[in-house]
Design a protein around this ligand. Structure first.
Ligand code: PBE
Length: 298
């Protein structure tokens, strides 16, 4: 009698644990996959993120394509509702001024260490447009400069107007870039390529404003994909671009097109790239994503 009660209890316990295991097993099959909110597929940070997903074993995550704007909108929405979210992030970017965010640690250094933005120009620019070449070669500013303009652009909407405002407020810096160069009446056309990332909208408009307002050139700026931007400089379709994020981020493009263009070196140093979450998200490293995929599925 006693024994059989003990047996009953044992059987019940066994049944419960089988059920529990069964449930977990059943759930793991359908467990929600995590989402990493990405941007345009040609961006270097998208290939870095694919590498990161491999290196950190994030096979339970999907990288969602979009744009700088859709990524920022998803981030704003998540922050409003205190939802967990992880996005492809980079500095400078206005989102760091607007939200409390943090980069997840990247112990494997997949996103590179000392990153920078270089200015690239077409071969022959030095001979054809020496003043433009000199100014582009001198153009160099800081992460704070660029982010300030991004914040203004987020508040207002005309990036050329905000570029002019920045130039007026930073005369000394601008005068160093154009030292010894004169305003030309009837200066020729200059064409620059960039990608529709808020960082590049800021820098490209500043360069355009200096060339037009201070040196008299007629500047056309064209937004294209990252691959098309590199190709346009390499083929000479455009005169240059101030948007080459290196050495890791757009390293593959530099390898592909580098021999056919001239790299004038950095215009900004100390960029940061990686996976970014709001401060309230309770993990600190890319390594922590794998076991929390279900929380990143909105
Ligand atoms: N970004 C912004 C670019 C460079 C500038 C980080 C999105 C990228 O190639 O990933």
């Amino acid at each position: 009698m006693r024994k059989s009660l003990g047996m009953k209890i044992l059987i019940t316990l066994l049944a419960i644990s089988f059920l529990a295991v069964g449930c977990t097993g059943g759930k793991s099959g359908k467990e929600a996959r995590g989402k990493i909110i990405g941007i345009d597929p040609g961006a270097g940070i998208m290939s870095s993120t694919e590498r990161a997903m491999e290196e950190y074993g994030l096979d339970n995550f999907d990288l969602i394509e979009g744009s700088d704007a859709t990524m920022a909108a998803a981030l704003a929405d998540a922050v409003k509702n205190e939802k967990w979210i992880v996005v492809t992030g980079w500095s400078p970017h206005w989102k760091f001024a607007k939200f409390d965010l943090k980069y997840l640690d990247d112990p494997k250094k997949v996103y590179g260490e000392a990153e920078r933005i270089d200015t690239i120009v077409r071969k022959g620019l030095k001979e054809d447009l020496p003043d433009v070449y000199t100014f582009l070669d001198n153009f160099f500013w800081t992460l704070e400069d660029m982010q300030q303009i991004q914040v203004w652009n987020e508040e207002e909407s005309d990036p050329y107007e905000t570029a002019k405002r920045w130039i007026n407020e930073n005369e000394e810096k601008v005068n160093e870039w154009i030292e010894g160069l004169k305003f030309k009446e009837d200066a020729p056309k200059v064409e620059l390529a960039y990608v529709e990332w808020t960082s590049e909208v800021a820098s490209t408009n500043v360069v355009k404003a200096v060339l037009q307002e201070k040196l008299g050139y007629d500047v056309k700026i064209t937004s294209v994909s990252a691959a098309a931007m590199w190709q346009a400089v390499a083929t000479g379709d455009v005169d240059g671009s101030v948007s080459a994020w290196l050495p890791t981020t757009q390293g593959a493009y530099m390898e592909q097109f580098g021999d056919d263009l001239e790299n004038l070196g950095p215009n900004l140093e100390g960029t940061i790239l990686g996976l970014v979450v709001p401060e309230y998200v309770d993990i600190d490293s890319i390594e922590d994503l794998k076991t929390n995929a279900d929380k990143f599925n909105k």
